[in-house]
Design a protein around this ligand. Structure first.
Ligand SMILES: C[S@@+](CC[C@H](N)C(=O)[O-])C[C@H]1O[C@@H](n2cnc3c(N)ncnc32)[C@H](O)[C@@H]1O
Length: 806
């Protein structure tokens, strides 16, 4: 099965060089030829150099710059009239477009005129570029083209203008998918002495030729050309991503807007930063032949980082667009070598391998990746037979249970008349596993199987009649209310949800523990909920579409079960700016069984559910800037001894590899929360309850460390008893902050330094990085932590989502 489509880029020259005849145009011939060469998709520019020439003459030459100031007035008026005519009725001439027929346009990906500067500093250039882009998109829509790659943004300064134009285009061309072309980063900016591209700073007349899709260069800020302000790689990488984040935010996360990542330049080895693209809608990847290096035999291969990146990108099922493959950039292999190599990367991608290997979660979950499902409510609802059947397909979960029962039974060698109670038996798989374990341990026991689902109870009766006989006694009813004739030595249950307690295992086992002898064993004996901050534009959009459809925030205040794929966990291991951060994925709370602490009534039941209320406040270190769309929830359970169940991403393979039964939980945020590099995230989550329901509420705050530099106008005290202060900075001393959000930071208060002075945004070069593990102070420069953002309180009072106790 192919995960990626392979695209071949044909330039205007390629089209011109391909002879056409009455039956087939050059474009149709090229499309057929590339299919024979193993490609799936033809990618080509929509317009020709004639269009660029006319647009440049019309819109740039008429601007009246130095060169044209001397022309006579009449000529200038005529030029301006021509431009106005075009603006009021934009249309192409025949030779300005590469395609005119529907058969040419079928299935192609087109590149809009890459020389259009939608983020030009000049208002007129920008205005006319916007009209030109709309004209191109309208023409693409006329031909039924579904995918258009937009000209790349080039200026951080004017990217909002770029985004505004793209948003207008998304509204005016309703059916075309647009992709923003973006290099992952621009190493030229790190290389002092290399002048910024004339393409970036200059106006359109000096634009490069369109024979190849030129790799766009980003203009971070004009200051970046000065050595002392040069951005580090992290900032450079952040800038391209932040541009994308701004564009998609201005376009309100439009699902027709995606990314065309440009891999023309060698990738940095900072893989942690590259992970962020996994949470973004990467639909196309540009891969020119020049990106490849030659191996020892002269064949084209990619650098290790690019290989890993491409392999990981297969989750997006992107169209990988190769260009220049016939230009003999490499000695050996010819054009076919590039195609074979990319297909090899696809085959050896871990995600592709996992998906194609039977028995893995990835194989089992095909079609469910990033698909939001409402969690089961097995207490309130009666499950369908098909749902039980899906559970029963997981060999790992039942194997773990059998091992746990086997070990517990073996440890109870001395107990006579052993009794096992399976609470919530469903269709009976745990009963069958308990019988297996007993046989293996050469022990006899009486088994009680308790089930409240009347329909599953019929299946249990059938199995008792056919397989189990007198060894098993069935008890129909709710374990919180019924009585069993005798107490058990081992209580087996599987009432766990993706977050451990979210299918009300604690509440149900409060009732079932009455069936257990005081010395008895509960399998599971404990379970723990875990959380991690998550970025995923896809999940946010999915949850939001539910909320928009219903007109209430419910969709964004409901935890979902979801097989996570196009996501990025934003946290990293490390102490963070406060020094108090926990690991990348953190424990929230635990439940233990049998529990010893609850006060019980005469029937052995707790008086209220207050003992099952929980809360957690977690601090996460955020090494790389990202947008948080919610929290990923996981659980781990100890069944018995060292035997457990885990969906914790870092431990599941050690504890219960290839277990299929649980996908993680996703707690969405109503609004995305921007987290700058080296920030700190504080998450508070509560498990709350009343007599009828259990629900979660969640909230997050973001903090950033800044150095205590005085605000402009503040004067350094002549002698500071605190001894903390650096010299009063001038305004020029404050270089551009690494994130636009830092500009919006208020003066802090309540921090130790605020008695002496307010803090202002930090000067980035003095914020030393601890190899991605937090920020430490540069000598003599104090850090203060300021709050930079927060979310709403989600699901207050369980207004949008809850789990029913009745
Ligand atoms: C997640 S299913 C597990 C079923 C089975 N043990 C298995 O592993 O396939 C949980 C089962 O517990 C039952 N259940 C949930 N709460 C219960 C309660 N309070 N009393 C009795 N049965 C309950 C449900 O009807 C369901 O059959």
């Amino acid at each position: 099965m192919a995960y990626a489509l392979l695209g071949s880029f044909a330039s205007v020259d390629d089209i011109a060089k391909t002879p056409s005849d009455d039956k087939e145009t050059a474009v149709v011939k090229l499309a057929n030829r590339i299919q024979d060469e193993g490609y799936d998709v033809l990618c080509l520019p929509l317009t020709t150099d004639q269009w660029k020439k006319r647009w440049t003459e019309t819109c740039i030459s008429s601007l009246g710059d130095e060169e044209h100031r001397d022309r006579d007035r009449e000529q200038r008026l005529a030029d301006e009239k021509r431009a106005e005519d075009w603006r009021s009725q934009p249309a192409f001439q025949l030779d300005e477009v590469t395609m005119t027929r529907l058969d040419e346009a079928q299935g192609v990906v087109v590149v809009a005129s890459e020389w259009l500067e939608l983020d030009a500093a000049d208002d007129w250039v920008r205005h006319d570029a916007a009209i030109a882009l709309q004209q191109e998109l309208a023409y693409a829509a006329y031909l039924g083209i579904q995918s258009v790659i937009l000209p790349a943004p080039r200026s951080r300064e004017h990217v909002a203008s770029y985004a505004r134009i793209v948003n207008t285009c998304l509204k005016s061309v309703p059916y075309v998918n647009l992709a923003v072309r973006l290099p992952i980063y621009d190493p030229a900016k790190l290389d002092e002495g290399i002048p910024a591209s004339p393409f970036v700073l200059g106006r359109s007349p000096r634009m490069p030729s369109m024979s190849m899709p030129g790799t766009p260069t980003l203009l971070v800020s004009d200051d970046s050309r000065h050595a002392h302000n040069r951005p580090g790689p992290e900032r450079e990488l952040n800038t391209t991503w932040e541009m994308w984040d701004l564009i998609r935010t201005i376009c309100d996360y439009n699902t027709r807007l995606s990314l065309a990542l440009d891999l023309a330049l060698a990738l940095p080895s900072t893989l942690g930063v590259l992970n962020r693209w996994s949470a973004e809608p990467v639909r196309h990847i540009f891969l020119p032949a020049s990106t490849f290096i030659a191996n020892a035999k002269g064949y084209p291969v990619l650098s290790k980082t690019t290989q890993s990146f491409l392999r990981a990108s297969m989750t997006h099922q992107p169209t990988i667009i190769l260009s220049g493959t016939t230009d003999r950039v490499h000695e050996r292999g010819g054009g076919a070598a590039y195609v074979q190599y990319v297909r090899h990367l696809e085959r050896t991608s871990p995600v592709v391998r996992a998906t194609e290997t039977e028995g893995t979660v990835e194989h089992f979950a095909q079609g469910y990746q990033d698909y939001l499902q409402a969690p089961l409510q097995p207490l309130m609802d009666n499950l369908q037979s098909a749902t039980y059947e899906t559970f029963e397909r997981d060999p790992v979960k039942y194997h773990q249970y059998e091992e746990a029962i086997f070990c517990a039974v073996s440890d109870l060698q001395d107990v006579e008349n052993l009794i096992i109670c399976v609470a919530g038996a469903g269709r009976g798989p745990l009963v069958a596993r308990a019988l297996n374990a007993l046989q293996r341990a050469k022990k006899d026991a009486k088994i009680y199987a308790v089930e409240k689902n009347p329909n599953a109870y019929v299946t249990l009766q059938r199995r008792k009649a056919a397989d189990w006989g007198d060894k098993v006694t069935l008890v129909y009813g709710d374990m919180r209310a019924l009585e069993v004739p005798e107490q058990a030595d081992i209580l087996v249950s599987e009432l766990l949800g993706s977050f451990g307690d979210n299918e009300l295992s604690p509440e149900c086992l409060d009732g079932a523990v009455r069936f257990l002898k005081p010395t008895g064993i509960s399998i599971p004996c404990s379970y723990t909920a875990h959380l991690a901050p998550l970025s995923s534009a896809k999940l946010y959009n999915e949850a939001r579409s539910g909320a928009t459809a219903s007109g209430s925030p419910a969709g964004l205040e409901t935890p979902y079960v979801v097989m996570l794929q196009a996501v990025n966990i934003l946290s990293g291991d490390g102490p963070g700016v406060s020094g108090a951060c926990g690991p990348r994925i953190q424990e929230c709370w635990s439940f233990e069984h049998p529990r010893k602490d609850a006060l019980l009534d005469e029937r052995g039941l707790p008086f209220s559910n207050s003992h099952n209320v929980r809360s957690a406040r977690l601090k996460f270190h955020i090494p790389h800037a990202g947008v948080m769309h919610g929290l990923a929830g996981y659980f781990e359970a100890v069944l018995y001894g060292t035997i457990g169940l885990s969906i914790h991403p870092e431990r599941k393979d050690h504890v219960s590899k290839d277990m299929l039964s649980w996908f993680p939980l996703f707690f969405p945020f109503r609004e995305p929360l921007y987290l700058p590099s080296n920030s700190e995230l504080h998450v508070t989550i509560w498990r709350l309850t009343n007599t009828r329901q259990v629900w979660y509420e969640w909230h997050a705050e973001a903090f950033l460390a800044v150095q205590a530099i005085a605000a402009p106008g503040w004067e350094k005290p002549r002698s500071s008893s605190l001894g903390l202060l650096s010299a009063t900075p001038s305004l020029q001393d404050l270089s551009m902050p690494s994130s636009p959000l830092i500009d919006a930071v208020d003066m802090p208060f309540g921090s130790p330094s605020d008695t002496a002075m307010p803090a202002t945004p930090v000067r980035e070069p003095s914020m030393a990085r601890d190899s991605g593990h937090g920020v430490h102070r540069a000598r003599g420069e104090p850090l203060t932590v300021i709050k930079i953002g927060q979310t709403n309180l989600h699901n207050p009072g369980g207004r949008s989502s809850w789990i029913g106790l009745e």
